[in-house]
Structure formats: C-alpha cells, structure tokens
Design a protein around this ligand. Sequence first.
Ligand code: PHE
Length: 453
Amino acid sequence: MADTESKIHGEWSSRFAFILAATGSAVGLGNIWKFPYITGENGGGAFVIVYLLCVVVIGIPIMMAETMIGRRGRQSPVNAMKTLAKEASADSRWQYLGWLGVIAGMIILSYYSVIAGWALAYVLKAISGTFMDGSAQQIGGLFDSFVKDPGSQVFWHTTFMILTMLVVVRGVQDGLEKAVRFLMPSLFVLLILLVGYAMNTDAYDQGLSFMFNPDFSKITGNSVLTAMGHAFFTLSLGMGAIMVYGSYLPKNVSITKTAFMVAGADTVVALLAGIAIFPLVFANGLEPSTGPGLIFQTLPIAFGQMTGGVIFGTLFFVLLVFAAFSSSISLIEPAVAWMVENKGYSRLKCCVFLGSLVWLVGLGTVLSFNEWADITILGKNIFELLDFLTANLMLPIGGLLIAVFAGWVMKRQHSQDELQLNNKGLYYCWIVSVRYVSPIAVFLVFMHVIGIL
Ligand code: PHE
C-alpha cells in the first residue's frame, strides 16, 4: 500500500509548499476577475460583507474539513470518501460526493479556461502598446470586439488548456510548486502598485465607499446566494481541490493554521483587486455592473495612462494568467487523480482525454459571448448557466455534504487526531460550524432562493 501510494502520490516538500499550492488554487480569476464584477453587479458594500461573513463562518471550517478528509484518505476525493466512509462504517454512497466534485471541477475549468484565454490575449495587447492613450470608450470597444470574435477566443482557450495540461501531466510537485513559489509574491506586489495608482484618482473615496459602505436594501436572496457561492468558489471549496492537495500533506502539519493562512491571503487579494478597480470605474464614468468584462475594460485604462504602463500592463496580465494556471491545475487534478488510480492509464493518457473533454465544453462558453448569445435558459446564457450551476449550486451542496461528513459521519476521535487542536475551544468552534452552522446556513440560503421562506 505504502508503495503504490507513493507512486501515485507525491508529498509536498514542506508545509510551506502546501500553503503555496493551496493559495495558488484559491487565488485566481475568482479574486481578480470575478469578485470585482459580481460585487459591481450586486450593489457593493452589503454584498462584500455577506461574502466576508461566509468566508469566516462557513469557508474556513469547511476548508479544514476538506484538508482533513484528504490527508486521512490519502487518495483522490472519490476514493478518499470511499475509504473514510468505510472507516466510519458509513454508507459507501458517500463516494458520490467525490463524483460531484470531479464533475463540478471539470465544468468550472471549461469556462475558466476561456476567461484565462482572455487574459492571455490581453498580455499581447499590453505588450504591443494597444492600451496607450486609449480613452475609456476605445478600451471598452476593444474588449467588445474581442469577445465578439469566436475564432480568437477559441485560439486562446485552446492555448490555455494545452498549457494547463502540460503542467498537470508533470504531476504535483514538479509542475506546481515551482510555478507558485514566485508567482504569489509578484502578484501581490503588482496589486499594491495598482492600489497606489487608484489612490491618486479623484474617485478613490467613491470607489472605497462603494465597496465598504453597506446598503442592505440592495441585497436580494439571489445576491446572498451569489456571495455564499463565491466564498466557496474563491476558496476552491466544495469540489475536492483542497481535498486532493490535502492528500499530499505530510502528517505533522497544522491544518488549522494553514486554512487560516490560505483563506486570509485569498481574501486580501480579492479586496485589493476591488480597491484597485472601483476607483477606476468611477473615475472613468463607467458602470460597476458591466459584468464579466469589468477588469478588462477598466485596468487597461490605468495602464494606458501611467508611466511604464506597457511594462506594468504586460506584467499584470502575465501574472493573472499564472494565477489562473495554479487554480486551473487544481480544478482538473481530482479528475486526473481518480482516473489514474482507478483506470490504471498513464497520467498522460488521462490528461489528454479529460483535457479534450473540458476543452470541448468550453466552446459553449466561447459562443455564449457571440454566436449563441441569444440562447438562454432561465434567462441565462451558457456561460452564466454553467457558472450558476457550479459556483452557486454544486459547490455549496458539495460543501454542505463535506461538512456533514466531517461533523457527523467521521468519528470525533479521528477528526480530533487530524486537527490536533490543543485548544479545546477552537475544536468546539470547528465542530459546531461543520455540524450545525455551515449546513444550516447553506440550507437556509437555498430555501430562501427557492422561495419557501
Ligand atoms: N479558487 C479559484 C479562483 O478563485 C477557482 C477554483 C474554484 C479553483 C474551485 C479550484 C476549485 O479563481
């Protein structure tokens, strides 16, 4: 067992490596692309507060639960759930929870790769000086004509998918650790720089107050669902990504500390992105609620105006691509790990097969911005539908079940062993959250949206 385990499963070289990889998974398009635009669409401050609450009350405890299940199960989510269910003499159908995650991850990656493709395309636009001296209108137009062109989006989507799969083929340590080690700090520095730029615009106060002055009349059941869904999405929870990374975690590492660090870093990056973007939105007379194009329509304006804009612009989009990378890898890793374990195919074969499947589904998202823009179900185009289905439904449901599993099915002795919380109070908070608070919160939000409450 130990032998096959080490063949299939590498182990992180250190605690720091795990933190880096988990942060790499968490910090991605969700923080820099999605958080600002959904905050814009949902009215700002009040939405941000609900999101932050969800991160602390639901997100961190579930992140601990996922890491713990992964480390104890030591396999892909599907098999880890199976093993732990057996250990607890529980129903073997718990393994389907692993399946839910595998499928959610693949669907998310299908559109994630398209958006990451936009970022790739914007690297080239930045290098070639396209943003220099562009007015807000011109830069907005640039984005509009780009997304109207399915050909170039397919090209960049394909490029991103191939790059991702190349890293995934190499396996967990080689590819990942190296990529993330230098990426995270650089991204952070660049965001601070952009915040510095935003501070010097006239609309800095307006941007800040949009983000932090809550107006609860703007909150609807749906925005609460979006905020909660985003807490799962941004922390990579509810689908097994953190579980898979947890399975590579050495035994002696504190799960609690790492969960707090990862969630903390993730939240800081999202807030910095918002603080950098909203002042620009208002300074240029744009609407915060323009949707998925928001950062592509605002940040280039800033790059166009600042000295060294070509360099900073290029650097920013390169880093965004890297941030997307370290997340996309973790979106497909549960599926790859499962296929390698169960089908006995080589990692390469599994990657080619799964990567192609995801790529194909991604074409639906590409077309939803142009040729198929009018095809809607429940008022949502294909991209919106896939996003809603995964971030707002599948991840919270997955998270709820993970919480129930960790809190009710696993033996207390086992979760205590894994979490090793010497502080009894902290363990108590955790168990109360995964047993009651998280499941009930997710359930109530769903009920509210369905209209029963
Ligand atoms: N957390 C990533 C982001 O914010 C997306 C992601 C979701 C990655 C789920 C893995 C699992 O961009």
